[in-house]
Structures are given as structure tokens and as C-alpha cells.
Design a protein around this ligand. Sequence first.
Ligand code: ZN
Length: 198
Amino acid sequence: MIYCPGMLDFQTCETARLARDPKYDGVFFVGVTTSKIYCRTVCPVRQPLAKNVAYFPTAAAAEAKGYRPCLRCRPESAPQSPAWNGTLSTVVRAIRLIETGALNGGHVGALAERLGISERHLSRLFRKHVGASPLQTARTLRLQHAKRLLDTSELKIADIAFEAGFGSVRQFNATFAEKYRSVPSRYRARRRPAQRAP
Ligand SMILES: [Zn+2]
């Protein structure tokens, strides 16, 4: 059992996971230590034993620890942001700015300045409340944005890369392959027949 700081207590997570409680969908994520996959609480896949479970406050925290998103429950489609309830407003503002591309150029110092705090303080807040650094968080948010577009739009791969804030298609391909073990074009080609099925 692994437990991340800045989270709900372990028993609450455990009870919510076993009940597949939709109230906690997006509030925390469940990692399976043996497969290194992370899921939403509502995932339909067979549930792991408690000793093989890791709980994370955010998808970014799970990914920062090397976990890959589940292809069944699609963590990127979990309800956005309930996890930020009760979290410092500075962190919430930072996340909003990251979502609109504030870190696409990688300038954490500039983001901190916009928030009126030091870069070191910003990193400390992220470690405590998000469980990942600002750059790791930006990386996860970009990939999630791209994955949603890949699943739900007919946009070209290059347009998705641009829309989600990747510097290049090559960067998008590499980042996607790391988490999904396939490049975006191959992933999409494989999904299409299934989506067309009645
Ligand atoms: Zn899952």
C-alpha cells in the first residue's frame, strides 16, 4: 500500500475504491503497483488486492511516479478538478494557467511570477497538493488534452499536437508512446473499427 501525502485518509480511499464510488471519481486515482497502471475509482476492471494498491491525489502524481493511464476507464475523462476543492487557491490558479498553456514553453519562473510567488514556493505547493512538479503536471495535462481530442475528434494528429500544446508532432508521439505504448496514429487506427461497431 502506498499513500500520497495531501490526500484523503487511506480508509476513505479504500472504501471508495471497493464500492467503485462515483462520488470520488476524479477526486483521487488508484494505482496498481504490479502493473503500474492507474485508474479512476469507477474502473470496471477487476479490483487489485489492497497490498498492490497506491493512491494518488491527481493523475499527474500517478504519472510522475511512472504509472500509465488505464485504457478502460480513461483517467483523462474523469470529472475535472473536484480534487482541488479545499486546495489552496494559488494552486488552483496555477492549474488553470497551466491548462491554458502557461508552461508550454517550460518557464516555471514566469508562471510563479504571474502568481506573485517564488518558483521554489510554487514547486513546494505543487509537491504538497498535487503530488507532482509544475512541469510534470503540465506534461500530464497536455497528454490528457491530446488523448481526449484523439478519442473524440477527427482532427489530424499534427493539429492535435498543436492544440494540446506540444512543441512538435515528434514530441507528441514520444510523450504519447511513453504512456500508451503506441504512437497516436496507430492508437487511433486500432480504435476506429471498435468505435464504428454498433
Ligand atoms: Zn481503469
